[in-house]
Ligand binder design. Structure first.
Ligand code: TMP
Length: 208
């Protein structure tokens, strides 16, 4: 039994990641594989505690580097406790956000630059996604889809911040064209899931 497939989803808040992740899980299970759904920050008991600290609207004093390190700390725990063991058991892992989020939101959005990539190289310990779906949706539209009162500390950031993050994602897509698949997330749920399933089938065929 080989290592499982590691799939991540990225994109602005409100871009429909959760819906597509659920659909992809059903698709993968129908194909006879075991799939684990998980998310960042979080996915472990420790990671969920760190998530509470990072996303708490009252924690306005968090330093940007502290924020980046907390995301990376939650990720290190997630990789070692959940992602790596599942992949080694041959299970498919579908993760809602991963290292690219930190590079876009902290590296570019907060202006921390390459230090974020370096920190995360340690955190992920050579466990990189096989394929990443970047849900491309105008961040303004994404923001409108989330009720104001339900927005967390990051979501409450100004639109300019979210636009900067989106541009960073587009740069990442250009830098890693073999791994990052840009998906036009303004289309219908069915159109989007068909495209995602097509890419997963192609990848599975290539690997088998
Ligand atoms: P979520 O709403 O997709 O669960 O993610 C929570 C917020 O955290 C979201 O606004 C994106 C942000 N985030 C980062 O800034 N850096 C990261 O590394 C991750 C995983 C998420």
């Amino acid at each position: 039994m080989g290592r499982g497939l590691f799939i991540t989803f990225e994109g602005p808040d409100g871009s429909g990641k959760t819906t597509q992740i659920e659909r992809l899980k059903t698709f993968i299970i129908k194909k006879g594989y075991d799939a684990v759904l998980t998310r960042e920050p979080g996915g472990t008991k420790i990671g969920e505690k760190i998530r509470e600290i990072i996303l708490d609207k009252n924690n306005t004093e968090i330093d940007y580097m502290t924020e980046a390190l907390l995301y990376a700390a939650a990720r290190a725990q997630h990789v070692s406790q959940v992602i790596k063991p599942a992949l080694e058991e041959g299970r498919t892992v579908i993760c809602d956000r991963f290292m690219d989020s930190s590079i876009a939101y902290q590296g570019f959005g907060r202006g921390l630059g390459d230090s974020v990539r370096v920190i995360n190289e340690y955190a992920v310990n050579s466990c990189f996604p096989d394929i990443t779906f970047l849900m491309k949706l105008d961040p303004q539209i994404g923001k409108l889809r989330i009720k104001a009162e339900a927005q967390d500390r990051l979501e409450l950031e100004k639109l300019d911040y979210h636009k900067k993050v989106f541009r960073a994602y587009e740069e990442l897509e250009k830098t890693f064209p073999e791994r990052i698949i840009g998906i036009d997330a303004s289309r219908s749920i069915d159109e989007i899931s068909n495209e995602i399933q097509f890419h997963i089938e192609s990848l599975m065929d290539k690997l088998n």
